[in-house]
Design a protein around this ligand. Structure first.
Ligand code: PAN
Ligand code: ZN
Length: 188
């Protein structure tokens, strides 16, 4: 690594729309990848399976599983609903449960759902300028409750890993739905 003082070229640059610079890994999640997470399976099955729900641009400066390293990502969630439930990320615990993470809001507005292993859940409003510390042992998911794209940044340890299976199996204990034009939290 070059430690020259004042190197004018940053490794990567970001805005609310993308990440660029060094090689960036792009992940797309479509309705077909997310049928299991929404409550109304009938509604998701009738939608265009190729519709993109969210995209993630990731910068992995070190190998996956490196102890002491960090990863960086920008997630953009489209506005939309499956039935009355807003578009959202899959959500996960970290495989190495004690690994924490920072999220910060860039554009749009939504809710960050946080749930511990006893399924106790709470929410934080995520919007431009909000910063969220997600401690270890806490599952996290972001829901776009607005009518514009919601984007947020994330930084997590390179040896955190993602446990999606627990969430696919049992879900979160709360969901965010729209009723009479307003957002509501419902318990599972
Ligand atoms: C984030 C998430 C990203 C997409 O970078 O991976 O927002 O959400 P899902 O991974 O739940 O599909 C993060 O939390 N990394 O650990
Ligand atoms: Zn995470």
């Amino acid at each position: 690594m070059d430690f020259k003082y004042g190197n004018p070229t940053p490794e990567i640059v970001f805005d609310a729309k993308n990440l660029s610079g060094k090689p960036i890994e792009k992940i797309e999640r479509k309705i077909m990848d997310l049928n299991m997470i929404f409550k109304d399976k009938g509604a998701s099955e009738t939608m265009d399976q190729n519709q993109i729900v969210y995209e993630v641009d990731c910068y992995f400066p070190v190998e996956n599983d490196t102890e002491g390293g960090l990863f960086f990502g920008i997630t953009r969630i489209k506005p939309g609903k499956v039935g009355d439930e807003y578009f959202m990320t899959k959500g996960h615990f970290h495989s190495n449960r004690d690994r924490g993470e920072f999220y910060w809001g860039l554009e749009g507005e939504g809710q960050l759902l946080l749930m511990d292993e006893k399924r106790r859940a709470r929410t934080e409003v995520i919007k431009k300028g909000s910063v969220h510390y997600i401690p270890g042992y806490i599952a996290h998911r972001v829901v776009n409750t607005g009518d514009t794209e919601l984007s947020f940044g994330a930084c997590w340890p390179s040896d955190a890993g993602h446990d999606y299976a627990s969430i696919e199996e049992k879900g979160f204990s709360i969901r965010i739905v729209q009723k009479n034009g307003e957002q509501h939290i419902i318990k599972e």
